[in-house]
Design a protein around this ligand. Structure first.
Ligand code: GTR
Length: 334
């Protein structure tokens, strides 16, 4: 007859045997599942680069980290996604520096119209010491910027007529990204600005809630805005960098080895994005032209710059601590 004592003893033996087997199999540590935010459709250059980033991270960490990108802005509008990444509810994202301004004031410098002369200047400056200063400002707000993507130049487009001089903006209603600086930008030109989520622009153009918006060729095309707003005017007023950012809490949880892997993958993704960008910008331009869009040069860019000058003056007056950074960016392009 088995006593209570012997039953317990035999169970104990079984347990010891099972844990012995488990230890021998040496189960892999549980993979970290990362959620990544992306506003664009899967074929967009940024999306392709984010997928490459995810694959490289999963492969090089041997599955310790498994990033997954959610495309098309399904995880929310950009300002909300920035907050979610800051809090660690999202692990990584590709953010435009435009809507970053209200959260990280230094990044507003990047939204000063005509601050960069060209995409090449922007890349050179953001990849260097000055870019590091922006990364520091982002880190203070819990965002680890690992590399910089390009987004070409943004230009005005509308449903009514070509914009050739600032006077042509008079009275037009433009959607802008969520940042007061852009409201002032349109005001200075004599138009009316409405901050609005990217996902709402198409419908608002269609129903006449707004007359126009501003963006680069690939976004103008992939969002379908060109189907409604047929006049694309090459003001090229903004050359905005975008980041591949990781949540600070996610970053801090990683080993140094994995941080190195993730950083390298982000740098590789930026190189790929920049290359794909050039091809896509060209394609998008052709596509919108074929569909009957009228693209026009502006007569005199300096006239637009002149109108927007008060934005600089006000910005420096309100943020005297950022004046040096503005000046350093200007000096780096002389
Ligand atoms: C795109 C940019 C997006 C978003 C969008 C917008 O060019 O890549 O991140 O900022 O513009 O206008 O909201």
């Amino acid at each position: 007859m088995l006593t209570n004592k012997t039953i317990k003893f035999s169970n104990c033996l079984k347990l010891t045997a099972v844990s012995g087997i488990l230890a021998a199999v040496s189960l892999p540590a549980q993979a970290e599942q990362w959620r990544g935010w992306n506003i664009h459709p899967p074929s967009y250059p940024n999306s392709v680069a984010l997928e490459s980033f995810s694959e490289e991270v999963a492969e090089k960490t041997e599955g310790r980290i498994e990033p997954k990108v959610y495309h098309n802005g399904v995880l929310g509008a950009q300002p909300d996604a920035i907050e979610q990444t800051r809090s660690g509810a999202l692990d990584f994202a590709n953010f435009n520096m435009g809507p970053m301004g209200p959260i990280v004031p230094a990044t507003n410098i990047l939204s000063l119209p005509f601050i960069f002369n060209s995409t090449e200047d922007m890349y050179r400056i953001m990849d260097g010491e000055i870019g590091g200063r922006f990364a520091e400002a982002l880190a203070e707000k819990n965002l680890v910027a690992l590399s910089w993507f390009g987004s070409g130049a943004r230009s005005l487009y509308n449903t009514d007529h070509p914009v050739k001089t600032p006077d042509d903006v008079d009275g037009l209603k433009f959607r802008v990204m969520n940042n007061d600086l852009y409201v002032q930008m349109i005001d200075e030109l004599g138009g009316n600005a409405t901050p609005m989520a990217y996902s709402e622009v198409y419908q608002s153009l269609k129903t006449g809630v707004i007359d126009g918006a501003e963006n680069n060729y690939p976004s103008y095309e992939s969002s379908g805005h060109y189907e409604v707003a047929k006049y694309y005017s090459l003001t090229e007023h903004l050359v905005l960098p975008e980041c591949l950012c990781v949540a600070k809490s996610t970053w801090d949880e990683m080993s140094e080895e994995d941080q190195g892997i993730v950083r390298k993958a982000a740098e590789n993704a930026a190189q790929e994005q920049r290359k794909l960008w050039e091809e896509r910008a060209q394609k998008s331009r052709e596509l919108v032209l074929e569909s009957g869009v009228e693209i026009n040069e502006v007569d005199d860019k300096a006239a637009f710059q002149e109108k927007m000058k008060p934005i600089y003056d006000d910005f420096v007056e309100e943020n005297p601590q950022l004046e040096t950074l503005v000046k350093d960016i200007q000096a780096a392009q002389e």
